[in-house]
Design a protein around this ligand. Structure first.
Ligand code: ARG
Length: 460
């Protein structure tokens, strides 16, 4: 005879290998808080609807409180032979409150139960990701407002291109992360829908109040189709995508931090708390946190691909394959939370070397576009101006100086129309200041970006 909660029709016991293979308790115990909250809402609703008596509902709710307390105190007797978090919680509840515990599962299946737990878990995680991402944006905004006057080479193809303010560079990331928050919020609205009442797949004959139970759990509503409700996992896919994109953005920041910390750049110093040393080379200070974050990004893409593949071709409705949905999500969740928090910390403690950044402007001829634009104001067609400027760069390079260090005679040798006003145009601060177009790197557009982001942070 089987002693499983589902074992009525079974004559033999489950083999140990099968138990170990099919269990999910090793990972879905993470969902205990959502499982208990869901069960308490279900029990209360059963009581309100007269499916069980109010006294029975109370006993279940109080018993579940006790189960939660045991889990949180580390006293809960987790059992692999009970497969998953749902049957562990229910079995323990029955031990604690007696026969009435067996009424909890009325009108419910593990199929809608697990989906409810997971929807609550995923949407709770999304809320935490949003909070952490907003915290990170606040750091970018703060660092940006400190560095409105710091200029550095903006790059394309990783080659120095045009001067930009460090504020503008920081805010580029702030906007990326803001879109991440918006994406997460949108995803959270679809994830936080209650499947309770779908039961195994077809709905139930008990008079359950599906909307009421959704509301009591702070969800946006109840399922529309019971088969979809138990079969669907696209809320988790979307969340894995949101996690992948936010990690992609983090990995880009990491890549820049890694380059900038290289002494050949020397643009930043990481705080000691966020670097590690080498066991053989005493001079080293390595940006391991940034490297690992870049590395862990790959896992989150793998997790997204993992669930996409699990879902592919699954027939309606619930299939046990779906139990595999939790492992990739839990892994991404852990990675995203830790990465967002660490990046905020690391970025807050970075020292930016403004003088090194300014020096790099000169070496990269970052005012070359300014010279070409100046020549067009003297009536030269842009193509030709581009060419003449190229010759000026070659000359300066030969002499080992910046364009602004060439004498007026040297510049006039390339184009006789050049006047002494060229030096104003070649000034790096002027080059940045003249980019007043909305969204540009000039001080005014940068200030409006700061204002807009600050306002959003106080009222997202
Ligand atoms: N542990 C299972 C899961 O995560 C719970 C649902 C089991 N349902 C079933 N019909 N066997 O998917």
């Amino acid at each position: 005879m089987s002693d499983k909660p589902w074992g009525g029709r079974f004559r033999e016991r489950t083999s140990g290998a099968v138990e170990a293979y099919t269990e999910s308790i090793s990972f879905d115990r993470e969902l205990y808080a959502q499982d208990i909250a869901g069960s308490q809402a279900h029990a209360a609703m059963l009581g309100r609807q007269g499916v069980i008596s109010p006294t029975e509902a109370d006993a279940l709710i109080r018993g579940l409180d006790e189960v939660r307390a045991e889990i949180e105190a580390g006293r809960f007797p987790w059992r692999q032979d009970l497969e998953d978090v749902h049957m562990n919680v229910e079995t323990r509840l029955t031990e604690l409150v007696g026969e009435v515990g067996k009424k909890l599962h009325t009108g419910r299946s593990r199929n809608d139960q697990v989906c409810l737990d997971f929807r609550l878990y995923v949407s709770d995680s999304l809320r935490e990701w949003m909070r952490l991402t907003r915290g990170l944006i606040a750091v970018f905004v703060r660092r940006a407002s400190e560095h409105r006057a710091t200029l550095l080479p903006g790059c394309t193809h990783m080659q120095p291109a045009q001067p930009v303010s460090l504020a503008h560079h920081m805010l580029a990331y702030a906007w990326m992360f803001r879109r991440d928050v918006e994406r997460m919020r949108d995803c959270e609205r679809r994830a936080r829908i209650s499947p309770l009442g779908a039961a195994a797949l077809a709905g139930t004959t008990y008079p359950l109040d599906t909307a009421g139970v959704a509301e009591s759990l702070g969800m946006y509503g109840a399922f529309k189709n019971s088969m979809d409700a138990v079969a669907d996992r696209d809320f988790a896919l979307e969340a894995l995508f949101c996690g992948s994109v936010v990690m992609a953005h983090l990995s880009r920041v990491c890549e820049e931090i890694i380059w900038w910390a290289n002494p050949q750049f020397g643009f930043v110093s990481l705080s000691d708390a966020h670097s590690t040393g080498s066991s053989i080379m005493p001079q080293k200070k390595n940006p391991d946190v940034a490297e690992l974050m870049r590395g862990k990004t790959g896992r989150t893409y793998g997790n997204l691909m993992n669930l996409l593949t699990t879902l592919k071709g699954l027939p309606l409705t619930y299939n046990r394959d779906l139990q595999e949905d939790k492992v990739p999500f839990l892994d991404t969740d852990k990675t995203v939370r830790a990465s967002l928090a660490l990046m905020a910390d690391m970025l807050g403690g970075i020292h930016f070397h403004a003088e090194r950044m300014r020096k790099a402007l000169k070496a990269g001829f970052l005012n070359a576009t300014e010279l070409a634009d100046y020549l067009t104001t003297r009536g030269m067609p842009f193509r030709e101006a581009h060419h003449v400027t190229g010759r000026a760069v070659a000359l300066a390079e030969e002499k080992g100086v910046g364009l602004e260090d060439l004498t007026l005679e040297e510049l006039r040798g390339l184009c006789p129309d050049i006047g002494p006003d060229v030096y104003t145009v070649l000034d790096y601060d002027t080059a940045v200041a003249r980019r007043t177009i909305p969204g540009g790197t000039g001080p005014e557009p940068v200030n409006s970006q700061l204002k807009e982001l600050e306002a959003w942070l106080t009222n997202p």
